[in-house]
Write a protein that binds this ligand. Sequence first.
Ligand code: FAD
Length: 377
Amino acid sequence: MRVSVVGAGLGGLALAQGLRGAGIEADVYERDPGITARFQGYRLVLDPIGFQAVRACLPARWHALLDEIVMHASAEQMVLDPQLNEVGRLGAGRTGVVVDRQVLRHLLLTGLNVHTDAALTGYDVLDDGRARARFARRGPATADLLVGADGVASAVRGVLSPLTVPTDTGVRFVIGRTPLTEEFAALSRAYGSKIAGDGVSLMLGAMRFPTPPKQAAEQLAPEVALPDIGDYVRWAMILPPDGSAGDPTAQDAVLSRMEGWHPQLRALIEQADPDNSALLSIRVVEPSERWAPGPVTLLGDAAHATSPTGGNGANTALRDADLLRRGLIEAAGGRRDLVDAVGGYERQMFAYGAEAVRRSLAALPAFVPDPQRPGPA
Ligand SMILES: Cc1cc2nc3c(=O)[nH]c(=O)nc-3n(C[C@H](O)[C@H](O)[C@H](O)COP(=O)(O)OP(=O)(O)OC[C@H]3O[C@@H](n4cnc5c(N)ncnc54)[C@H](O)[C@@H]3O)c2cc1C
């Protein structure tokens, strides 16, 4: 069996790793010109299902390394004012582990056959039941199964399920990260919490590696090369509905809305790496249209993109990867027909994927600032 995976995000790479571990040929096709072509390094909270799924996709010999590069998620979520006084509670936080996306992606990439500069433009289902993917700047690739793991604007979905399109929630946010130094000690109670300002919300989350990732790989799995990064604070500001037009940089968009805030909060944004700060919009993909199972399927955000405020997009993508991996191993072993395995995966994925999108949208209002309500500052 040969599988083509389109998209080298967390979901596609986890699937390819899981198939490789089972001796199934899997090629990954990625649109970016190189693996490190763009910044990919924010922290993610993986719940027990997502963490177990990625673990199951990785060879057992890397499990010790995986455990060494994650930290436990804090369960405390407060609402603070811009001077860091507690003014409310957001409820129980997410349990699980915190992982850096860039670090996890490097672990997942190890040993895989990844073709970069390979943007899928379309595909054909051949008479023999296989799928032939077409790319912008390279020849086609034929496989028994084509998996669209190509994110929220999926080109595979554009052909397979043209009625399923992303919805823009209208919510914009700026995200960035700043090295975690002693200077920011007073901010520690704010990690995992929401700081409610005048028409904006700022979220902070710390990433503290038990062992620096590069060093952990050298000690525990020398064949894995992990990035040389240290502890940091991830910050994200949800903007008021007037967006950020007119702000010269993403950092300016944040700082201009933090007049009079606690000096360490302002310093945190001022000292952020400008290359790793970006303005993003929140788009979701609600899985609705079903198609007959065949040699093409979807995985992760391509099938069900959630709002990041739900914190479940990566978890669901990894769950997909593990579920599909298990079905394909059965098909490769002759215990199940391939189309039946794909259909079984899609039935479950549609149900929990739709639920994940619903939950993420339900969580959105708690993070979006109310422009009518003056902030506590
Ligand atoms: C700020 C932020 C915080 C988040 N926090 C969390 C969290 O705490 N927990 C959580 O579970 N989730 C979180 N998420 C969501 C999570 O990051 C995504 O749901 C997850 O990364 C989706 O993985 P994926 O593999 O489906 O897609 P992606 O990671 O988007 O990967 C898709 C890949 O496909 C490639 N591609 C696109 N088009 C093509 C094409 N035509 N041809 C070839 N390749 C293509 C892209 O370049 C990309 O590499 C967060 C998201 C954001 C933005």
